[in-house]
Design a protein around this ligand. Structure first.
Ligand code: NAP
Ligand code: GCO
Length: 263
């Protein structure tokens, strides 16, 4: 029988106090996993723990900046000692800066690359040795439409998410022989705090132009909800996907397949 259960597994989801990470972690808990998450501020970790508790989930929250190698090493050691061996890592933490490329400073570009690409590298590098010792594991990197497409003002983010797609394929290539499967999820446009500026109502009460654009570009004719990612994320974390490796699963309502509705 196909097994989608995560019973007995420890799942670490980065940046999961809210948003997509919270939705994925909640789905993992429903599938039986023990949830570990981190955020860069204690107040957000506390808020996250309270939110999970309200959902009936006893999550383990830690303060950790995924770009800081020392913090990550200490975080992973602490989780392994206090909670158990990490079986599933979801590299979800990420930021975006929407600035025209020629107006973006190198420091701003580097910050996005650091969190969205170096962070997943540092996190994966820290959990893989124990996954090998445990006989395998699952790594899921949260990619993006911008792993495949560009658009104005998101050069750093697209470079990072394009790199994350290839890091996913490389981890799959380098560690597949140890029964580690590394795949990506490429969400479409999802209604979270990160995309709130693109959905703000205009002064006259009309929809944001970008909001209208995405509706026209999406066959499903709607923004995604973080909960739309739950099923695909459980699939990639479960033994049902043990022979899926190096794949980016786009959960985009069909955007990548569609030229867009005629205005
Ligand atoms: P979000 O609402 O902005 O949440 C991002 C989370 O990452 C926050 O909890 C944030 O914590 C945390 N974070 C940021 N920098 C961190 C760091 N250095 N170390 C640890 N945690 C850090 O974003 P989202 O919309 O849920 O997106 C989650 C992931 O999906 C991101 O990788 C994003 O690029 C990707 N994605 C989003 C969409 C979308 O349409 N929303 C689509 C495709 C892909 P703080 O609150 O403390 O900053
Ligand atoms: C943007 C959006 C996108 C989404 C997502 C799409 O400004 O274009 O923020 O980048 O966040 O990555 O998959």
């Amino acid at each position: 029988m196909v097994n989608f259960s995560l019973q007995g597994k420890v799942a670490l989801v980065t940046g999961a106090s809210y948003g997509i990470g919270f939705a994925i972690a909640s789905a993992y808990a429903e599938a039986g996993a023990t949830i570990v998450f981190n955020d860069i501020k204690q107040e957000l970790v506390d808020k996250g723990i309270a939110a999970y508790k309200e959902a009936g989930i006893q999550a383990h929250g830690y303060v950790c900046d995924v770009t800081n190698e020392e913090q990550v090493a200490s975080f992973v050691k602490q989780v392994t000692e206090e909670v158990g061996h990490i079986n599933i890592l979801v590299n979800n933490a990420g930021i975006i800066k929407r600035i025209p490329m020629c107006e973006m400073t190198a420091a701003e570009f580097r910050q996005v690359i650091d969190i969205d690409l170096n962070g997943p590298f540092i996190m994966a590098k820290s959990v893989i040795p124990d996954m090998i010792a445990q006989g395998g594991g699952k790594i899921i990197n949260i990619c993006s439409m911008m792993s495949e497409l560009g658009r104005e003002t998101v050069s750093a983010y697209a470079a990072a998410k394009g790199g994350l797609k290839m890091l996913t394929k490389n981890i799959a290539s380098e560690y597949g022989e140890y029964n580690i499967q590394c795949n990506g999820i490429g969400p479409g446009y999802i209604a979270t705090p990160q995309t709130a500026p693109l959905r703000e109502r205009q002064a006259d009460g009309s929809r944001h132009p970008f909001d209208q654009f995405i509706i026209a570009k999406t066959p499903a004719a709607r923004w995604g909800e973080a909960s739309d990612l739950a099923g695909p994320a459980v699939f990639l974390a479960s033994s049902a996907s043990d022979f899926v490796n190096g794949h980016i699963l786009y959960v985009d309502g069909g955007i990548l397949a569609y030229i867009g509705k005629q205005p």
